[in-house]
Design a protein. Structure first.
Length: 352
C-alpha cells in the first residue's frame, strides 16, 4: 500500500481527472468510484479505495482526501475550501495547473543539473585515466631515454601513484559520496536540505526567490479564485512557499496590512509593493487587478510570467554552463598531455 505523498505529476493527473468528472455533473464520491473502477494497478487502488470507503461512511470529500495520507497539506486545505465554498471544480482545475507547473520547474532544475554533472563526471574519468594509466607509460619512455617526468607532469604522476596505492580508500570515499548524493536527490529530508542550501547559496539564491515568488502568485490566484479573502489566502500560501526570504516578506506583508498603533493598515497591493515580494511593476498590476475585480486573473498571469522567466534563466544557465565546463576540462586534459609531449619532443630533438 502506498503511504508516501503523491508526486507532483500524480497530483496534477488526479486533480485534472477530478475537474473533468465534476464538470460532467458527477459528485466527488461518484467520481472516485468511477476512477476506482477504471484503475488497473494495485497502487492506484490502494490510494483510491480508502477515499471511496470514507465517502461511503458519510465523511465529507475533503475529510476523505485528508484521511488518505497521500495528499500534501496545501492540496487538502484547498479541497476543503472548494468543498465548503461550492467551487470544487474550479479548485481542482487550479490545483491541476499548479502541480503541473511544479513538475515543470522540478524537471527544468533536474535537466539543468544532470547534463553538466554527466559532462564533469566523464571528463574527470578521462583525467583519472590519463593520470593513472597514461602517465606511467610516458614515464617508462622517459626512463628509457635517460630522463624522467618533472614539474607539473611529475606531480601528476605522483598523484596517480598515490591514487593507485590507496585505490580501496578512494573507492570507499566515492561510494560514500554517491550514497550522499542519492540521499540528497531521492529522500525527502535530503531534498529539503539541498533546497535550503540552494536558497541560501549566493549563486542560486535569486533563482530560488523567483521560484518562491511564482509559487506565491500561483497560490494566491488559486485561493482568491476560490473566494477566500487576502488574509485567509496569505495563511494558506505561506505554508506553500518553502523559502525563508519570501516567507519573511509574506510575514512583513501581513504585518503591513494589519498596521500598528502609529501606522495605518495598508491595502494588500500596497503591502505587496512595500514588502518586496513582487517587483514594482507586478505590484502595480495587482493593484489594477483589485480595482477591476480581476485580481486572481492578474496573479495567475504574474505566475505565468515568473514561469517564463525561470525557464529563460534555466536555458541561459545551461547554454552557458555546458560549453564552459567542456572548455575548462578540455584545457586541463590538453595541458596534461602537453606537459608530457613537449619534454618528450625536446628529448627526441636532442637525440636527433
Amino acid at each position: 500500500m502506498k503511504t508516501k505523498m503523491l508526486s507532483n505529476r500524480e497530483l496534477s493527473m488526479f486533480c485534472d481527472h477530478m475537474a473533468m468528472i465534476l464538470k460532467a455533473g458527477l459528485t466527488p464520491a461518484a467520481g472516485i468510484e468511477l476512477m476506482l473502477n477504471d484503475v488497473d494497478t494495485e497502487e492506484g487502488r490502494a490510494i483510491l479505495l480508502p477515499i471511496a470507503t470514507k465517502c461511503t461512511e458519510g465523511d465529507s470529500f475533503s475529510e476523505a482526501i485528508a484521511a488518505s495520507g497521500v495528499f500534501p497539506p496545501y492540496a487538502c486545505h484547498m479541497i476543503e475550501i472548494g468543498n465548503t465554498s461550492g467551487k470544487l471544480e474550479e479548485v481542482f482545475e487550479s490545483l491541476a495547473f499548479h502541480y503541473n507547473r511544479e513538475e515543470s520547474i522540478a524537471e527544468s532544475i533536474k535537466s539543468a543539473v544532470t547534463y553538466p554533472f554527466m559532462i564533469v563526471a566523464m571528463m574527470i574519468i578521462v583525467i583519472f585515466v590519463l593520470v593513472i594509466k597514461v602517465l606511467p607509460i610516458f614515464n617508462k619512455v622517459f626512463n628509457q631515454l635517460g630522463s624522467e617526468l618533472s614539474g607539473f607532469s611529475g606531480g601528476l604522476l605522483k598523484l596517480g601513484t598515490t591514487l593507485t596505492r590507496y585505490s580501496v580508500l578512494f573507492i570507499v570515499i566515492f561510494a560514500v559520496l554517491t550514497v550522499a548524493f542519492l540521499i540528497f536527490t531521492k529522500l525527502p529530508a535530503g531534498k529539503r536540505a539541498f533546497k535550503h542550501f540552494c536558497s541560501k547559496f549566493f549563486l542560486t539564491k535569486r533563482f530560488y526567490e523567483k521560484i518562491a515568488s511564482g509559487r506565491f502568485a500561483s497560490g494566491m490566484a488559486i485561493t482568491m479564485a476560490a473566494g477566500l479573502d487576502t488574509d485567509e489566502s496569505l495563511d494558506l500560501v505561506e505554508k506553500l512557499v518553502d523559502n525563508d526570504i519570501i516567507g519573511a516578506k509574506i510575514a512583513m506583508c501581513r504585518s503591513l496590512m494589519e498596521g500598528t498603533e502609529t501606522e495605518a493598515p495598508q491595502s494588500f497591493s500596497t503591502a505587496l509593493a512595500n514588502s518586496g515580494i513582487f517587483t514594482s511593476t507586478y505590484s502595480k498590476m495587482v493593484s489594477i487587478g483589485f480595482s477591476t475585480g480581476s485580481a486572481d486573473t492578474v496573479l495567475k498571469k504574474i505566475a505565468d510570467s515568473y514561469d517564463a522567466d525561470i525557464e529563460r534563466s534555466m536555458n541561459h544557465t545551461i547554454s552557458t554552463l555546458e560549453p564552459t565546463l567542456v572548455i575548462i576540462l578540455s584545457v586541463i586534459v590538453c595541458f596534461i598531455l602537453l606537459s608530457v609531449i613537449m619534454p618528450l619532443l625536446g628529448i627526441m630533438s636532442g637525440i636527433s
